[in-house]
Design a protein. Structure first.
Length: 132
């Protein structure tokens, strides 16, 4: 298994909790060496499911101040998208996060191919988690 990235932004390290439109309970823990562990309790459209996932960030790209995209990871991609489910992948999707006003906001950059990924107009999933 590859080692994690050597520098995870200090402001991202820790445990973040809250809710999303699809999950009343969401948490993600990020360690300084790139380990991510996510817990989601999804409740929507008849779904009631608890999901945990783990991953290791091996390459992180800064795309704007306090805004990061995961270019390389091992493990489960769903660990990098806390509170998000049901996304189809007919395109390239690179998960990431933004640290804004002391909150963790899941984001993603997309494109038809890796060469066309749009790092400027990223998708913000519309919710934030608070550091514990």
């Amino acid at each position: 298994q590859p080692a994690g990235v050597s520098v995870i932004p200090a402001e991202a390290v820790g445990t973040w909790t809250g809710s999303s439109p699809l999950a009343p309970e969401v948490s993600v823990t990020i360690t300084a060496d790139g380990q991510m562990k996510t817990y989601n309790h999804f409740v929507s459209a008849g779904l009631d499911e608890e999901v945990t996932a783990t991953a290791t960030i091996v390459e992180l790209k800064t795309i704007a101040p306090n805004t990061y995209i995961i270019l390389g990871m091992t493990g489960e991609i769903k660990a990098a998208l806390p509170g998000v489910t049901g996304i189809g992948f007919p395109y390239v999707l690179l998960p990431g996060f933004k640290i804004e006003n002391g909150q963790y906001r899941p984001i993603a950059c997309t494109g038809l191919t890796y060469e066309t990924v749009d790092y400027i107009n990223y998708t913000d999933f519309g919710f934030a988690l608070t550091k514990q």
